[in-house]
Design a protein around this ligand. Structure first.
Ligand code: NIG
Ligand code: FE
Length: 415
């Protein structure tokens, strides 16, 4: 059966030769009065005007695209989706200017979520994470990267990665798994960081690889968490076990995270609020995707955002993500991230959409299958109540989704 979306005011295809770096991000492949034909879960045809008529059969499902902006299903390439509990108790501390790393080092922050997550059953984690995925889908997201990292011991990290597997099988949204045991030093290794890094390298990484529980490895490279030397050691061990590399870097302080991501030729470097000029050049020279998380910059109240404009000028491919987590970005909505990307970092609407579709897909090694509306690609599509792309970002703070299509099936309808 065909699904035909016709007379689309603004069809944003994000088509091209895959990932878009630098100035190429301004081209979102927009077609006015466009149509998309979907068959067997894939994109069958695209064009403008009446070209869809040749596919029109009595039994086709036809969606009228008048007044709508249609984009590829949004891809969220950086989340900490699986955790238990919440951290609204930190809000008054934040407002009293207690710093993020200070809260962490006094046993709160990530470590308080670790306590809750260790105590949670696999069933309750699946249930809580499904609710978050439902919200993501209803806001237009069809593929999500999900990092472990609230276990910090082998047993709990495996539990979190198994939750990812269950979610991938049971929920419409596709999940891509990242092992992030190097998210903080757990309490049982306080004062013995070498001991924890040894455990990561000699026990946790080999086991996660052997059980095929993740595709990527990530490490929180930050002043007060893991140094650049420690990060390099951990990521290299991951690489030897077949993981592709990601790096949380320069989120609070500039300690050379972006430079290291370049040196290790990571697929992506993430956060980068404090990245240096040298770091930005290293990303560009080594084709590392910069995954920026402006809702986190906003929520940390650090008074600045990652330098998206400088990165784009330097020829970097920028992607955007929610960072969905209980501490620094408790949101599931990439539409919220659109607002901060535009108004916080001055990214153009075309750049924003490329950053959360084709470039986001590239940051999780999926750009051949998803991230753009092109013939042969999977039919993951978001339909917004918005007559053009500028309007979608201009009218903020609401959910503009009308319909979401995942693998050629309508999974959210007339919201
Ligand atoms: O991306 N930076 C490290 N991890 C998360 C926050 C985790 C938390 O605070 O629970 C982040 O900001
Ligand atoms: Fe993060």
């Amino acid at each position: 059966m065909y699904i035909i979306i016709k007379n689309i005011d603004c069809l944003v295809t994000c088509a091209g030769q895959g990932r878009k770096a630098g100035a190429a991000m301004k081209d979102a492949g927009i077609i006015e009065n466009g149509y998309v034909v979907i068959e067997n879960g894939k994109i069958k045809a695209i064009g403008s005007g009446e070209g869809y008529l040749e596919y029109l059969k009595e039994y086709s499902k036809v969606i009228d695209g008048r007044g709508k902006t249609v984009t590829p299903g949004l891809v969220d390439p950086h989340t900490h989706l699986v955790y238990a509990g919440s951290r609204e108790n930190e809000l008054p501390m934040k407002l009293n200017k207690v710093g993020y790393i200070e809260i962490l080092n006094s046993g709160g922050g990530i470590l308080s979520t670790v306590r809750n997550t260790r105590a949670a059953s696999i069933e309750s984690l699946v249930e809580a994470s499904k609710k978050r995925l439902d919200l993501m889908l209803r806001h237009g997201t069809t593929t999500v990267e999900s990092k472990s990292g609230y276990g910090l011991d082998l047993e709990t990290e495996r539990k979190l990665l198994k939750v990812n597997q269950i979610l991938n099988e049971e929920h419409e949204v596709d999940i891509v798994s990242t092992f992030m045991g190097a998210h903080a030093i757990p309490p049982e290794f306080k004062g013995n960081r070498e001991g924890f890094i040894d455990t990561l390298i000699n026990e946790m990484i080999p086991k996660v690889a052997e059980e095929n529980l993740a595709e990527f490895i990530d490490c929180f490279c930050e002043e007060g968490v893991f140094s650049t030397e420690e990060t390099e050691k951990i990521l290299k061990a991951g690489e030897e076990h077949g993981f592709k590399l990601k790096l949380h870097g320069d989120e609070v302080e500039s300690i050379g995270g972006a430079e290291l991501a370049g040196k290790l030729k990571c697929i992506s470097a993430e956060h980068l609020i404090a990245a240096s000029d040298k770091g930005i050049k290293a990303l560009s020279d080594n084709n590392v995707v910069a995954v920026l998380l402006p809702s986190t910059a906003f929520y940390l109240m650090v008074g600045k955002f990652a330098r998206a404009r400088d990165m784009i000028d330097a020829g970097v491919a920028v992607a955007l993500a929610t960072d969905c987590n209980p501490g620094t970005s408790p949101t599931e909505s990439l539409q919220t991230v659109m607002t901060f990307a535009c108004f916080g970092m001055r990214m153009l609407p075309e750049e924003v959409i490329n950053a959360m579709t084709i470039n986001a897909a590239s940051a999780i090694n999926r750009e051949k299958e998803i991230g753009s509306i092109e013939v042969g690609k999977r039919a993951d599509i978001a339909i917004f109540n918005s007559p053009n792309l500028n309007y979608l970002i201009y009218h903020f703070g609401i959910n503009a989704i009308d319909t979401v299509i995942k693998d050629g099936k309508i999974v959210v309808s007339n919201l």
